[in-house]
Structure formats: structure tokens, C-alpha cells
Design a protein. Structure first.
Length: 436
């Protein structure tokens, strides 16, 4: 924290574990709206409280803040908010609170937006919400050094009073400071480095659900230096198994699945259970049986931001306790964690093109093969592309005799173009097409 913050006036607030909502006040009407257009209105305590002071506001005013559930013990948690809002007509609206941290439009008789300086906006919010019980300006302290921020982190965050800190510095810079997240997971797949097949490029990780199925967590490519990557390859390479489901890395490499044997500790800076549109992040749930991975269905999960491999956890077993999905539900809301995953019925893939070429030099035969297949799965599972173009290059005299290239395509025309480009690039004079 101290390396990112500079000296000078800053405003530090506790990061409340709730949801971003906007309070809209116009005349004597008060409503709450979130980024997806969902509204909360009517005769509920926190809106009634603001309605009584609505005469303070000038014009249409919009406050940004955290909607949360007030608790008698411990700090607010977003899971409590989801439970409160999920009750329909019986929702526990009396527990809702709103902590405003910024103002977007409007104001009062003394000042109105726009106000460039956050200090001025904060003063305006404090004036507008003065005396509030359920609706308040977020608690904010003025500091002048990173050391002071560390002090509040120790008091509020490590003391269990807040999820993290929000530090607002000059020139509109805002920093969110949270404790790093540590998760124990099992390796279920890997990719290798393209320039050195003895090194792991990235690993695929999973947690366990209550029904003993495996919940895909995501991938991790921060695995340390070359020595560390080679050591990991030795641990997992020999335990490759089959899978009826494919998963590709960001650079197009297909993960090779392995037995769920090696548990590791991963550290990340944050965890997120919703995408940019506010929809739940859904990831595949798999079962492992008879040395084969089987895809079941996608269920709500989360993504860890900037995961880094920390260490092997030989003291952790592959079970629903040591690898429990609840390791991440403490940091974000994930629904249906108790739901039993059902097997997804995936259609068989269909090979639409296959060409093999050979070249003989000094009694040594080299082989190059093109295979294009239609997955027939893209509508059921967005992780599957419509088409896969696979190129194999085998040369027994080469240091790395077997090389592969995999390209994905969303349409047959695109797959055909990719295939033709591969042939044009790799099939020159001396290569003969075979029927093998």
C-alpha cells in the first residue's frame, strides 16, 4: 500500500461489503436504482427517512453509495444483502442501510454539482444527510501520509470492521485496498510453453462442491521461474487423463487434463462473481470417474483477479473440506453453491476435413496433418467454439519432434480460411498428400 500512495491530503473510508446503488431524489420522491436498472421504491424505512429531508435537495439529485444490511455483530456482508432483497414481499427492508460516498448531480441551496474537488462533494453529502440513521455519508477521515492509511487498514480491516479501504487522493485517483485472497485448489489441467515443452505455461484449477463434483475456478499463469515450471511439469505430466470437455487458454492452447492429485495455494488480489453486465459468472462443473473428466453443467462461480501460485499444499487432501467452494464465498456472493450439478448432454463432434501430408528425406518420414472439426456444442456451452482447426507437425529428427497449432473459429467460412492459410504456409515442394 505504502508504495502506491504518496504524501499529501487524501480521504480514507471503510469499503463496505454491499452493492453499488444510486439514490435518486426529486421533489418528494426517493428511489434506489442499480446499474442494471432494478428499482427499489415505496414505503420502506431508509427511503422514508430521506423523504422527510427531501426539501434539503435542490433539483434532481443522485447519490452514489453502498446498499448494505446493518448487522448487530461483525461487518456487513453482501450475502446478507442478497438474502434481504430476495425475500420479495417479505424482504427484510428494515435492515437496509445506504452509505453515500459521492454525488453525481443536484445539491442544496449552498452548492450544486458539478464540483471537481472530492472534498467539496463530501462536504455537500454530509450536509444533505446530516442526522441520518439508515442513510448517511460514508465515514471518511482526512490523512496526509501512507502511514496513516496503514493505521486505518489495521483498525478497520484487520479489526473486522470493514471489507477494505477506499483511499481518494488528488487528481481524481481512487485506490481500493483489500486483504489478498488465498485459496487452496487442485490442478486439473495444464498447458506447456510453446518454446520449451518441459515447462508448464499455465494450470487449470478447481474447487469442490458439496456433492463432490469439481467446480472450475480458472487458470493461473504466474507460476514462478523456469525451474519452478519444470518442477511442476514433472509433478503433473505423467498423470494425463481423458476428458469429454475442452478448455482453451487465452492464446488458444488446449489444456491437457490430469488426475486431481496436486493441491496448491493460489493468492489473488480480489474475487468477482459478476461480469461487467452484472450477470453471474458461470463456470463448468465436472465429475471425475474412472480416470476421465466429464462435463456436467455450468453453475455460478467467481473469477480470481491476478492469481499467483504460492506453494504446493501436500497437507491438503482432495475433498469437500480442504477444497471447499466456501473459500471464495466469504469474499463475494455465489448463488446455488448447494445445487447438485447435472450431466450436460453434449453432442458429438464431427470431422469435416482431414488431410495428411508426408515428406521423406534420407529414409526419415515427416508428417503434417490438418484436421477441421465442427464441435456441435457451441450453443449449449459458450466455452466451445463452433469449429476447431488443428495442425500437427511431426519431424522425428527435430529437437521437439511433435508440434501442434490449434485455431478456433465461429463459422465454417472462417475455419476454411484458417485451414487454407495453414496449408499455404506449411505445404511446399516435396510434400505429398496421402490417404492415411
Amino acid at each position: 500500500m505504502s508504495s502506491n500512495l504518496t504524501s499529501g491530503e487524501m480521504h480514507v473510508s471503510p469499503k463496505i461489503d454491499g452493492e453499488l446503488w444510486f439514490m435518486i431524489i426529486e421533489n418528494d420522491e426517493v428511489v434506489l436504482s442499480n446499474t442494471r436498472g432494478k428499482l427499489i421504491a415505496g414505503d420502506i424505512p431508509l427511503l422514508s427517512e430521506v423523504n422527510k429531508i427531501s426539501s434539503r435537495f435542490k433539483g434532481r439529485s443522485i447519490l452514489a453509495g453502498e446498499l448494505f444490511v446493518a448487522t448487530k455483530e461483525g461487518r456487513p456482508r453482501v450475502s446478507d444483502l442478497a438474502s434481504a432483497l430476495g425475500g420479495g414481499a417479505k424482504a427484510k427492508v428494515e435492515t437496509l442501510g445506504f452509505a453515500a460516498f459521492d454525488i453525481i448531480s443536484g445539491g442544496d441551496a449552498k452548492s450544486t454539482m458539478p464540483l471537481a474537488d472530492y472534498k467539496d462533494r463530501l462536504t455537500l453529502i454530509e450536509r444533505l444527510l446530516d442526522g441520518g440513521k439508515r442513510v448517511k455519508c460514508v465515514k471518511t477521515e482526512t490523512i496526509n501520509s501512507p502511514k496513516e492509511a496503514i493505521g486505518y487498514f489495521e483498525d478497520w480491516v484487520e479489526g473486522g470492521k470493514a471489507e477494505g479501504l477506499v483511499v481518494r487522493a488528488g487528481e481524481g485517483r481512487t485506490y481500493k485496498v483489500k486483504p489478498s485472497l488465498s485459496v487452496d485448489a487442485v490442478i486439473i489441467g495444464y498447458t506447456e510453453k510453446s518454446d520449451d515443452s518441459s515447462q508448464v505455461r499455465s494450470i487449470l484449477l478447481a474447487l469442490m462442491r458439496a456433492d463432490e463434483s469439481f467446480q472450475l475456478l480458472g487458470s493461473c499463469g504466474s507460476l514462478g521461474d523456469a525451474k519452478s515450471r519444470k518442477e511442476m511439469m514433472k509433478k503433473i505430466q505423467k498423470s494425463q487423463v481423458e476428458s469429454n470437455w475442452r478448455y482453451t487458454s487465452g492464446d488458444g492452447a488446449i489444456y491437457r487434463f490430469v488426475k486431481p492429485e496436486v493441491t496448491v495455494e493460489i493468492k489473488g488480489v480480489d474475487v468477482q462473481s459478476e461480469d461487467s453486465s452484472g450477470d453471474p459468472i458461470r463456470k463448468m462443473v465436472l465429475s471425475y470417474k474412472d480416470n476421465e473428466w466429464l462435463a456436467l453443467q455450468k453453475l455460478p462461480c467467481a473469477s480470481i483477479h491476478h492469481p499467483v501460485f504460492v506453494r504446493y499444499r501436500s497437507d491438503k487432501q482432495v475433498n469437500t473440506l480442504d477444497l471447499r467452494i466456501e473459500q471464495i464465498t466469504d469474499r463475494c456472493l455465489i448463488s446455488n453453491t448447494e445445487t447438485k450439478a447435472e450431466a450436460a448432454k453434449l453432442s458429438a463432434s464431427e470431422i469435416v476435413r482431414r488431410e495428411v501430408y508426408t515428406k521423406i528425406v534420407k529414409e526419415t518420414t515427416s508428417v503434417r496433418k490438418l484436421v477441421v472439426w465442427k464441435t456441435n456444442k457451441e450453443e449449449l456451452d459458450s466455452n466451445y467454439p463452433a469449429y476447431v482447426v488443428h495442425w500437427t507437425d511431426y519431424s522425428p529428427d527435430r529437437k521437439d519432434p511433435l508440434k501442434r497449432e490449434v485455431r478456433l473459429a465461429s463459422a465454417k467460412k472462417t475455419a476454411t480460411t484458417i485451414a487454407e492459410q495453414m496449408l499455404e504456409k506449411n505445404i511446399k515442394k516435396g510434400w505429398e498428400k496421402t490417404t492415411a
